[in-house]
Design a protein around this ligand. Structure first.
Ligand code: FSO
Ligand code: SF4
Length: 553
């Protein structure tokens, strides 16, 4: 195995990357190899989807399937070999169908078929043993000796960014948001990656194309969520349990929570959000409608083994981030959903949650109410826009000096205390915007307000970066300046590939001087970091004192 896609990748004596029997995330070498083969197959499928599109051949089933299967290879999503083999079998069948359709269109239109190279030529039997034996040829660092680590690193920047985009495409598709142009661009980038491009400038362009694509996808997802569940409104959320039977819903897919709420409303079961599901409390059609969505339990994904073990009810994992449930002995009351998988854990399909409800009723539930402790969420696009005039007034009056966006993924490393300390040391005349699971580093703290405007504004999930971008654009318009001239600094924590997609979006939009931590992605070489720093001002976080002084000084 060789995997280097997330922030907790191993540092080994022979270079960075998880490369022995098991990655830091619990991904075995078998799963890693199956994922490499699946990804390469998908690049070949996209090659035919892209070629076919140029002749007007569109296969809606292939469009829907590809990002979904790609999503299964993100960090902490799917650890189930059987499902990965099944996705590959579907990839094989889809490629045959697309290739036949492409060749037929060439014949009808009198066009000479293209000689597609690289992944398009890759053939495989979708059986576990055959896939594992062919995995070395599909390894993500293939060609390293020929093209060097800068080119491989850039290819991985695009590949991992595109994985993040695929995840958001799938979150949007579940809400019936699909777009033909988005699919076309997705296949174009995916197909080109399958040809192992080795020109630095082309790869940088692909990275920016990926960022622009992600911006569109986040816009689609924003529309899907707000059309289905209304616009979030600032909401106070209890972070402590109350007595009664319980279901915990984690991950990003709000629609799953909606089904669970609807089906539990007369069952005497309390429902809780976990991790990235917390912002659901602020949607009128979720937290605003169902009083038995009583609050949030627990914190960010990396604490789930302890938190899930202590949760006396059923647990539904709708998307990333999943970690091994076995040490905590809660695998028998955990249900995976959508693209998530762990061998031996019940994978829940369909919209009937009776099995989850039965499990919750069979569990003990919470015995007593704990003393409530609150946080606020719901400062998404509309709420931010509604607050913008008051915010602008306070800026003009000199009461708000600076805005910080401190958010992104959370994770295990001790160095991530940087984000807690950074938020705590932000001066009283500054506003803190946050989003994604990184918010749990400080969202239980009290930050006060500036003349009625809360100093900590939780924008929502990671994809709600779209809302934060809209606020920045609105402020720039009001102050008649560019976004980079605003008194706004972005301090992002990264862990997995959705964060890479968002980072590429921000860079593609021309946002400069972003700070990223706690470490630089290991697939980016020193040369690449220097290049990105010179072009965009992107830099690594240093110490809180130093960064705060540099920003405010
Ligand atoms: Fe966190 Fe995991 Fe939302 Fe990520 S739960 S780390 S960036 O999947 O997607 O923020
Ligand atoms: Fe290692 Fe991250 Fe890959 Fe898991 S996803 S194998 S921790 S680099």
């Amino acid at each position: 195995m060789f995997c280097i896609q997330c922030e907790q990748t191993m540092q080994t004596p022979v270079g960075n990357g998880c490369q022995y029997a098991m990655g830091m995330c619990g991904k075995t070498s078998e799963i890693s190899d199956l994922q490499d083969v699946l990804v390469y197959m998908l690049q070949g499928v996209s090659a035919y989807a892209h070629a076919g599109r140029e002749l007007g051949v569109i296969d809606a089933a292939a469009d829907a399937y590809l990002p979904q299967a790609f999503f299964s290879t993100l960090t902490n999503v799917n650890f189930d070999a059987e499902r990965l083999v099944a996705y590959t079998a579907e990839a094989v069948a889809t490629k045959t169908r697309l290739k036949d359709a492409y060749l037929a269109a060439c014949t009808v239109q009198g066009v000479e078929p293209k000689q597609l190279a690289g992944a398009a030529q890759f053939e495989i039997t979708a059986e576990k043993a055959a896939m594992i034996s062919q995995a070395p040829a599909t390894a993500v660092n293939r060609g390293l000796n020929d093209v060097g680590e800068d080119i491989v690193g850039l290819r991985l920047l695009v590949l991992y960014g595109l994985k993040g985009v695929a995840a958001y495409m799938e979150h949007a598709r579940i809400l019936s948001k699909q777009d033909d142009e988005v699919y076309g661009e997705f296949h174009r980038i995916m197909a080109r990656l399958g040809e192992d491009p080795s020109d630095l400038n082309e790869l940088l362009e692909l990275a920016m194309a990926c960022g622009h694509l992600n911006y569109k996808v986040m816009e689609m997802l924003d529309a899907g969520e707000t059309e289905a569940f209304g616009h979030p409104v600032p909401t106070k959320v209890n972070m402590k349990p109350v007595a009664g039977k319980a279901i915990l819903v984690s991950g990003h897919d709000l629609i799953d929570l909606k089904h669970i709420l609807e089906q539990t409303k007369d069952k005497g079961i309390n429902v809780y959000t976990h991790g990235e599901m917390l912002p659901a409390m602020a949607y009128p059609e979720l937290g605003g409608k169902y009083p038995h969505l009583v609050g949030n339990y627990g914190s960010a994904w990396q604490n789930q083994q302890k938190e899930f073990a202590n949760f006396p009810g059923a647990i539904v994992m709708t998307s990333n981030c999943l970690i091994d449930p076995n040490p905590g002995s809660y695998a028998d009351r955990l249900f995976t959903r959508n693209i998530v998988g762990w061998p031996g854990v019940v994978h829940h399909t369909g919209d009937d949650y009776s099995a989850v409800i039965e499990k919750a009723l069979a569990c003990e539930g919470f015995k007593y109410d704990e003393i409530p402790h609150y946080t606020m969420t719901g400062f998404a696009r509309n709420a931010l826009m509604a607050a913008a005039p008051a915010v602008i007034e306070q800026v003009k009056a000199g009461n708000i000096r600076h805005f910080f966006l401190v958010g992104g993924c959370d994770g295990d490393k001790q160095e991530r205390n940087y984000f807690t300390e950074f938020a705590k040391s932000a001066p009283d005349d500054t506003l803190l915007l946050t989003l994604a699971c990184g918010k749990f580093k400080f969202n239980d703290l009290e930050f006060g307000d500036i003349n009625g405007i809360p100093r900590l504004l939780d924008v929502g999930q990671c994809n709600d970066a779209y809302s934060a971008i809209q606020l920045a654009l609105a402020l720039a318009e009001t102050f008649e300046c560019g976004v980079n001239e605003l008194p706004l600094s972005l301090i992002l924590s990264w862990f997995e590939q959705k964060a890479i997609a968002i980072l590429l979006t921000l860079l593609a939009l021309g946002i400069k001087d972003i700070r990223v931590g706690p470490t630089v992605p290991a697939f980016l070489t020193e040369n690449l970091i220097n290049h990105l720093h010179e072009a965009t001002g992107l830099r690594l976080t240093t110490t809180v004192e130093q960064d705060m002084a540099d920003i405010l000084g």
